[in-house]
Design a protein around this ligand. Structure first.
Ligand code: BG6
Ligand code: MG
Length: 215
């Protein structure tokens, strides 16, 4: 068998940071007179910071100057970072360490492929940064998911051909990015949403090591 490489998204796959994004976006939206619901937060999964703010402003029918836009982006991130500062290893989602340990014990290359510019800081906080052979995040790419850039760059850093890579993703844009990169896409979440994935599991507790071994 060709060597496989495994690429993990971060937010919603390794840690549940959507709740912190929600709190930070809600505060920002409410401060400028825009409602913000959990359903809207769902639509921001996997979406870059810039695109997220653009969507919130359009939901609220608000037009602002470029300076104000930059100011709001900074505010949102400062607020988000205050939640990240409290994170520790308890926030790693169930059975993620089991899969990561299995892969590293078997010398299988592992990368991170995330849209977040805060990915490295979060991996430090939850003490997982040394588990990855390569990290590609929002600072390293110019094109957002569903563009395959983030995953292709990760595969290149691992030295593994894209068609031999497996991606774990919780957002539809991320699943599409993996498929656009010609990789095996494993959805973590609901089948109804992630229907373009090759396989979907509710979470990592549903994935056994036998399944990983036979991929
Ligand atoms: C993605 C999240 O992983 O990263 C999005 O799912 C987030 O919700 C995006 O907007 C960018 O993150 P950050 O940390 O750079 O603002
Ligand atoms: Mg995600």
């Amino acid at each position: 068998m060709n060597t496989r490489g495994f690429i993990f998204d971060l937010d919603g796959v390794i840690v549940d940071t959507a709740k912190y994004h929600f709190l930070a976006w809600k505060k920002l939206a409410n401060d400028i007179g825009i409602d913000f619901t959990h359903e809207q937060n769902e639509q921001l999964k996997g979406v870059s910071r810039v695109k997220s703010l653009e969507k919130i402003l359009s939901w609220g029918n608000k037009v602002i100057s470029e300076d104000k836009f930059m100011e709001l982006m900074g505010k949102k991130n400062d607020d988000y970072l205050s939640y990240i500062a409290q994170m520790d290893a308890h926030e790693i989602l169930p059975d993620v360490p089991k899969i990561l340990t299995y892969l590293t014990d078997n010398k299988i290359p592992v990368a991170l492929g995330s849209a977040s510019k805060n990915a490295r800081a979060i991996l430090q906080k939850v003490n997982l940064i040394t588990q990855f052979n390569a990290i590609v995040d929002g600072n390293d790419v110019t094109k957002a998911k569903p563009d395959p850039e983030v995953f292709l760059t990760a595969a290149q850093k691992l030295g593994i051909a894209p068609e031999n890579c497996v991606v774990f993703e919780d957002s539809l844009a991320g699943i599409q990015a993996a498929k656009n990169a010609n990789m095996v896409a494993i959805g973590i979440g609901e089948t109804a949403i992630l229907n373009e994935a090759d396989f979907v599991f509710k979470d990592f507790t549903e994935i056994d090591l036998q399944f990983i071994a036979q991929l």
